[in-house]
Ligand binder design. Structure first.
Ligand SMILES: Nc1ncnc2c1ncn2[C@@H]1O[C@H](COP(=O)(O)OP(=O)(O)OP(=O)(O)O)[C@@H](O)[C@H]1O
Ligand SMILES: [Mg+2]
Length: 239
């Protein structure tokens, strides 16, 4: 393990293999992630790009402590997440991590405001409501706070998910296609919010994205192919 406090995320030889199929043909192991090494510095912004099915979401879930690797080591804020059970990992997540999922995972029985307040409440924040209202206003949903997810458009639900990820002021924010469902203007605004957070609060960003512009705003771009990082330079689009 790299013990430098500058390294917020340190992964060594992470792999993920799942067992698929059953019955006559028998269960078959499927390797989704090949051994992956990755170090991210505190305050850094990193984009992970690559074709559909290359393993980006699987990797992000492990990096954020939502899932466990099949083998390898992962230290988040110096904590050995690969040795932790769900309860221990959820404590690290509540204290340090924000995430925006590809499928927003809003709680359908809670309003926009209640969804955004949840992580701040879990982190025992006294003024969870004020912070949640402020964040919802920032993502342009000040007039939708009492709507349930089913009463919001896809892009609006995505913005609620973004407000929820921001509200507990995480040390590191993982986002899976944060601008995937937004029109280009709202997408640009949301990416600016992400980078404001990165600059003003030193929040480390690890983003999975198909959006080249967003990827190029990050300090580092990593390309995944068949469960591993490959060398590939991405170029700014010439328009
Ligand atoms: N629990 C699982 N069981 C079996 N196969 C899985 C499981 N989770 C993911 N996979 C497979 O692993 C591969 C990587 O999936 P993943 O969701 O990480 O891809 P991705 O790079 O995020 O793709 P996309 O850009 O389409 O979101 C896919 O081929 C997927 O079908
Ligand atoms: Mg994905």
């Amino acid at each position: 393990m790299n013990t430098s406090p500058e390294i917020i995320l340190d992964c060594q030889k992470l792999t993920k293999t799942v067992v698929t199929g059953s019955g006559k043909s028998g269960a078959k192991p499927l390797t989704i992630l090949q051994p992956i090494d990755l170090q991210v510095k505190s305050g850094e912004s990193v984009a992970i790009i690559g074709a559909s099915g290359s393993g980006k979401t699987t990797l992000l879930s492990i990096l954020a402590g939502l899932d466990l690797p099949s083998s390898g080591e992962i230290y988040l804020k110096q904590k050995p997440m690969h040795t932790f059970d769900e309860e221990q990992r959820s404590k690290v997540r509540a204290d340090h991590v924000g995430f925006i999922f590809q499928s927003f995972l809003l709680i359908s029985s809670l309003t926009a405001l209640e969804n955004v307040m949840l992580p701040a409440e879990l982190a025992n924040d006294d003024n969870a409501k004020e912070q949640a209202l402020e964040m919802l206003a920032k993502v342009g949903l000040g007039d939708r706070v009492d709507h349930f997810p089913s009463q919001l458009s896809g892009g609006e639900q995505q913005r609620v998910a973004i407000a929820r990820a921001f509200v507990s002021k995480p040390d590191i924010l993982f986002a899976d296609e944060p601008t995937g469902n937004l029109d280009s203007k709202t997408g640009e605004y949301i990416s600016s919010l992400l980078f404001d957070l990165n600059q003003q609060q030193g929040t480390t960003l690890v983003l999975v994205t198909h959006d080249q512009k967003l990827a190029l705003r990050c300090q580092r771009q990593l390309t995944m192919d068949s469960g591993r990082f490959i060398e590939q330079q991405i170029m700014a689009e010439v328009s």
